[in-house]
Design a protein around this ligand. Structure first.
Ligand code: ADP
Ligand code: MG
Length: 312
């Protein structure tokens, strides 16, 4: 049965530098092409943590080395650059994989803006780590520039930025039109370029939206059957990494909420995925969320593996 599927790609689908990404997208494209080959309608979203950090640092160094260039590049512009750079690699690799399989389909990346609320409390409390790890000296330099830096679980310091909730996908009609003409669409990259509305004007803001939340909004907007969050684990666990660890196959929205309340999912990693999955699954009885390993996407959609979250 043909399904409409939103695939949200995590960090392991893209790698964390240019050569890694070139290799990773080939593997990722195989997993996506498996679903297209089965006849499903596919929309792809992806994260951008390492890439947006890299672009931000590069623009910053360029600004300091060239006095004619303003030192500051807004984070919204860095997100836009990351969408284009990742979309470029991903759409080419996927197109090539489809041609190899004899599938005629266009693949298009949409530069996508996502509206956030100006008074989202998350602006006052930056939580999303971006870019590389820093030592004590790097931390001092970053703080001198007014950036927020936190210690990241014994691994060093990392810049954190605000991560407001996505409210509206500005280019959603374009996405729907491309879908209805049979194209494979890459959209909401890096959670979307965060913007606020000022009358007819959309103003970019300094933040990085969580791609899991943007993907859930996208899946609801296009009335997808499935939201598949592809990450580095095959299933979601309770009592993760403890002797009582238990991998979950099928859970209801109610059970997932209970597990969230009990603190089974780490805030910077699995929690946003389960929250996004719950948000989508709760929005309709025909909406299924699936969290699994990138390489297991096809087995997952066929019910063989992964963690499924449904309303009931
Ligand atoms: P992505 O780049 O795909 O967003 P993340 O690293 O942010 O990936 O999140 C996936 C990671 O979440 C897994 O690799 C795993 O180490 C971690 N994780 C934390 N809590 C859990 C849990 N309860 N069950 C499974 N994985 C978990
Ligand atoms: Mg993540």
């Amino acid at each position: 049965m043909k399904k409409r599927i939103v695939i949200a790609l995590g960090g392991n689908a893209l790698g964390s530098n240019l050569p890694e990404q070139m290799i990773a997208v080939k593997n990722t494209s195989k997993a996506i092409a498996d679903l297209i080959e089965e006849g499903h309608e596919v929309v792809i979203s992806h994260g951008n943590g390492p890439q947006v950090g890299m672009i931000n640092n590069a623009m910053d160094m360029f600004g300091r080395s060239d006095p004619k260039h303003p030192t500051f590049t807004p984070l919204s512009v860095c997100v836009a650059m990351s969408q284009a750079y990742i979309g470029y690699d991903l759409q080419n690799a996927l197109k090539e994989e489809l041609i190899n399989r004899g599938i005629k389909k266009s693949v298009t990346t949409v530069i996508t803006q996502v509206r956030v609320d100006e008074d989202d409390p998350k602006f006052k409390n930056p939580t999303k780590p971006i870019g590389p790890f820093m030592d004590e000296e790097g931390k001092k330099l970053a703080e001198a520039k007014g950036l927020t830096v936190v210690e990241d679980s014994g691994r060093g310091y990392r810049r954190v930025v605000a991560s407001p909730l996505p409210k509206e996908i500005i280019e959603i009609d374009t996405v729907k039109n491309l879908l209805s003409s049979g194209e494979v669409v890459i959209t909401c990259g890096g959670g979307g370029i965060p913007v606020i509305r000022q009358g007819n004007h959309l103003k970019g803001v300094g933040a990085v939206i969580d791609k899991d939340f943007a993907s859930s909004l996208l899946a609801k907007e296009i009335n997808a059957d499935f939201l598949i969050i592809l990450t580095a684990v095959e299933k979601v666990a309770i009592n993760f990494k403890t002797p009582n660890e238990k991998w979950l196959d099928n859970i209801t929205v109610e059970e997932a909420r209970k597990y969230m309340d009990e603190g089974h999912f780490a805030p910077g990693s699995m929690l946003p995925k389960v929250q996004a999955a719950v948000d989508f699954a709760a929005s309709g009885d025909n909406h299924t969320a699936l969290i699994t390993l990138l390489e297991k996407a096809k087995d997952g959609i066929n019910g063989k593996t992964g963690t499924f979250i449904k309303n009931k």
